[in-house]
Write a protein that binds this ligand. Structure first.
Ligand SMILES: [Zn+2]
Length: 78
């Protein structure tokens, strides 16, 4: 069946972009300090679409960053 062959070929071409949760979290942390390579950005996006835990970690990171930003900018009212 040619359709199945085509889909299988597409899956194989995506496998180099596959990242583990450990790699995905490392990329999210690295993203704070530097711009990720194009392939890493795509791989991270794909992982976040397919994974349940890593989007939670990403949300928690954003909340933490937001809290730290507010803390840094906080001044005592006179
Ligand atoms: Zn994950």
């Amino acid at each position: 069946m040619p359709g199945v062959e085509l889909v299988w070929k597409d899956i194989k071409s995506v496998i180099p972009l596959r990242r583990t949760c450990k790699e995905a979290t490392a990329l999210m942390v690295a993203r704070e300090d530097r711009t990720l390579y194009w392939a890493d950005r795509v791989a991270l996006r794909l992982h976040l679409l397919a994974c349940k835990a890593c989007p939670r970690f990403e949300r928690q990171m954003l909340i933490t960053q937001n809290c730290l930003k507010q803390w840094r900018e906080y001044t005592e009212p006179d």
